[in-house]
Design a protein around this ligand. Structure first.
Ligand code: ATP
Ligand code: MG
Length: 265
């Protein structure tokens, strides 16, 4: 018997790392079902590490980026949300709700292609309530300039004015930027090339970002376009990334002071 099949992934809710372990196990289950690539496990681990030094919470800087991102999504003519295996495994239901709330279709776009993966991700999204899923039919795909990886093959993304890229690789973010698209990135690493290239970088865990974006979208749908434009115009991504680093430094300094407080014998 495959030893993986005997693993018990149930974690008691009282466990101090319950939330983190819950999502780690979703990634592992996703890999067994072909949804997540092996490299997706490593990317998740890198994300967890950055989440740790952010205090595993949505910072004020991330909230500001979320507000600007939702405003930009509501203003866009042809927005698309790019979906990879990790995102589909971690938070499919909320992803579908966000897509419908801001009217931005979902397009599957993978770095690591494998027989059956697109189908597996499509099924996860359908089960989560998605009715329209792009990036599935090779006959409808065209190739983007400036990219060599599998991610060059796109469908709606080719014509999109805005692309939201959760957990994206830097090469593609750069290529999409050079095609004059507005890029919203969700990336826990404020120093990644994706974070630096994007127009609006949300440095936060996707599992917290998507629900927060849904709540924000419901609020921002009540205001008019010129008010939305003001939100986008007043957002400075470079400054916001530097503020994020300040928050990390502040958090780590605080941890340094208090790191042993909870350790009692
Ligand atoms: P880049 O190519 O942009 O320079 P990278 O090569 O360091 O980045 P990739 O593996 O290409 O990293 O992309 C994965 C990114 O996704 C990492 O920066 C990682 O921190 C981030 N990430 C992983 N899991 C999550 C998550 N749950 N929420 C948000 N970001 C995440
Ligand atoms: Mg990369």
């Amino acid at each position: 018997m495959n030893p993986n099949e005997t693993q018990d992934h149930s974690v008691p809710k009282s466990h101090p790392r319950y939330e983190s372990l819950k999502f780690r196990h979703r990634i592992i289950e996703g890999m067994k079902k072909l949804v997540v690539a092996e490299a997706g496990l490593i990317a998740h681990g890198r994300g967890e590490c950055f989440d740790y030094i952010l205090g595993e919470k949505t910072t004020q800087a991330a909230k500001n980026a979320i507000k600007a991102a939702v405003a930009a999504l509501l203003l866009a003519q042809k927005p698309v949300i790019s979906v990879n295996g990790n995102v589909a495994a971690l938070i499919p239901e909320q992803l579908v709700i966000l897509s419908k709330t801001v009217n931005a279709p979902l397009e599957i776009n993978l770095f690591y292609q494998k027989e059956g993966r697109i189908k597996a991700i499509k099924e996860v999204l359908q089960k989560a309530g998605a009715t329209e899923i792009y990036g599935v039919d090779p006959k409808k795909m065209i190739e983007l300039n400036g990219l060599e990886s599998n991610r060059r093959k796109v469908e709606l993304i080719a014509q999109a004015d805005l692309v939201m890229v959760p957990l994206e690789d830097g090469d593609r973010t750069e290529a999409l930027k050079k095609l004059n698209k507005i890029i919203i990135a969700v990336d826990l690493n404020p120093l990644s090339r994706t974070s630096l290239w994007a127009d609006i970088t949300i440095v936060d865990n996707i599992v917290r970002t998507i629900p927060e974006m849904i709540t924000t979208a419901k609020e921002l749908k009540k205001i008019n376009d010129s008010q939305l434009e003001t939100i986008v115009k007043n957002f400075d991504n470079k400054k916001n990334l530097q503020t994020t680093l300040d928050l990390v430094i502040e958090y780590i300094e605080n941890q340094k002071e208090h790191m042993f407080d909870s350790i009692e014998f």
